[in-house]
Design a binder for this molecule. Structure first.
Ligand code: FAD
Length: 379
């Protein structure tokens, strides 16, 4: 059969594209080199729990159209992301930085007391820089200290950031932390968005719903038979790596990635929360995810006597590893621009998604992008 679109990649971009194109009467074939669809949203069921195999995914958006669209495919639950951090001093703190955090850190009870304490903490760092004759923060450490002060930097930022980047905060550029949002309310909701949640029954339901009625071929790498795939459809929607599409002719784009150590535990409730950050340099992992809390609330977590956790280890990316986070530094950006110039000239290939655009995207903006494509390209 000849198709209107060959969609390379059954991740969120590819699946949404297939869904909206099919609704417009287009014939789509989706191929993916993995043995499952869903890309990084894919969940593996272990002990009756949906395990986020490629990292914890929490859907959040203020875009009503996107929210209504995903909920029309599968209803979402009321999960609200409210991570907790275990600090080097052994104490637990609520995130993001809010009145609960400040109370736990300093015992302050009102926004006024918290502000005064923050000012006092920042003042020390600013005075130190002034004494050294420095006008602008020279690195991430100085930036954090002048934005939020010593206690929060040392307990909640330093160790975590160093593990995440694999470098000392004094060796990291200050622009990584542009702002440190501080909330002077007792509000542990991590996101500021109007809507958030997890698809009821897990992300696979969302992807299956998007791909309903669409031809899908798994375990199929576009590059293993490129000439054939290029003839099968009028247009290609490519969501794989753009540098691979062009045979790495301008060099390889770099990524950072995360390794997961996933364990089944013989206990019903290991940490009482989906996400716990470990901000001490002495703990090798950055976060521990307890997957059942994404979809089970309150004491219902005890209905399943087992639980599944994943320890996350941030690491450099090499060939063969999952390319998670683009490293958008000058070198990579220049390489990407060269590929993009070629991509812009293509008549029959549409590049979309995080790998083809070499850009970190949350899920909601991916959907909005595909919706906008069909708005601007009509049928
Ligand atoms: P992908 O999901 O990567 O899909 C691309 C697909 O293309 C893959 O299935 C791949 O196998 C396939 N493919 C590639 N090359 C080929 C080829 N040659 N032949 C055939 N198939 C190919 N977003 C949020 O909104 N909230 C979160 O909490 C969140 N957490 C995240 C945590 C992590 C660790 C990561 C990495 C991302 C997170 N995201 C989150 C972002 C989210 O994963 C992305 O928005 C989404 O996956 C983008 O979808 P995509 O289709 O562009 O890419």
């Amino acid at each position: 059969m000849h198709y209107d679109y060959l969609i390379v990649g059954a991740g969120l971009f590819g699946a949404t594209f297939a869904n909206l194109a099919t609704k417009r009467g287009k014939r789509c074939l989706v191929i993916d080199k993995r043995s499952h669809s869903g890309g990084n949203l894919y969940c593996e069921e272990i002990e009756g729990i949906n395990v986020h195999k490629y990292g914890a995914h929490i859907f959040h958006t203020s875009d009503k159209e996107v929210w209504e669209y995903v909920n029309s495919i599968v209803p979402f639950n009321r999960y609200t992301n409210s991570p907790v951090a275990q600090a080097p001093n052994g104490k637990l703190y609520n995130l993001p930085f809010n009145m609960n955090t400040f109370y736990q850190m300093w015992g302050v009870k009102t926004p006024e007391e918290a502000l005064a304490k923050l000012e006092e903490q920042r003042k020390d760092a600013l005075e130190k820089m002034q004494a050294e004759g420095v006008s602008e923060p020279r690195n991430l450490e100085e930036q954090a200290l002048t934005l939020i002060g010593k206690d929060i930097y040392e307990q909640l930022i330093k160790g975590y950031t160093e593990k995440q980047w694999g470098r000392k905060c004094t060796d990291l550029p200050s622009f990584i932390i542009k702002r440190l949002p501080v909330r002077l309310t007792f509000d542990n909701n991590y996101f500021n968005d109007l809507f958030q949640g997890i698809p009821i029954g897990g992300y696979n339901r969302l992807i299956e719903g998007l791909l309903k009625g669409v031809d899908v071929k798994l375990n199929t790498d576009f590059f293993n038979n490129r000439t054939y795939w290029e003839t099968i459809a009028d247009k290609i929607v490519f969501t794989g790596k753009i540098d691979e599409f062009y045979d790495y002719r301008f060099g390889k784009l770099e990524y950072r990635t995360v390794n997961f150590d996933t364990k089944i535990l013989d206990e019903a409730n290991h940490q009482g929360n989906a996400v716990v950050n470990y901000t001490s340099a002495d703990v090798p992992y950055t976060r521990v995810i307890e997957h059942k809390h994404f979809e089970t609330f309150g004491n219902a977590v005890y209905d399943n006597p087992k639980t599944v956790i994943s320890e996350e280890y941030s690491t450099e990316w090499h060939d063969g590893m999952e390319p998670f986070y683009p490293v958008n530094d000058d070198r990579n950006q220049k390489v990407y621009e060269q590929y993009k110039e070629l991509a812009d000239k293509e008549q029959n290939v549409i590049f979309g998604g995080r790998l083809a655009e070499y850009k970190y995207y949350d899920m909601a903006p991916i959907i909005a992008k595909v919706q906008n494509f069909f708005k601007t390209n009509g049928k």
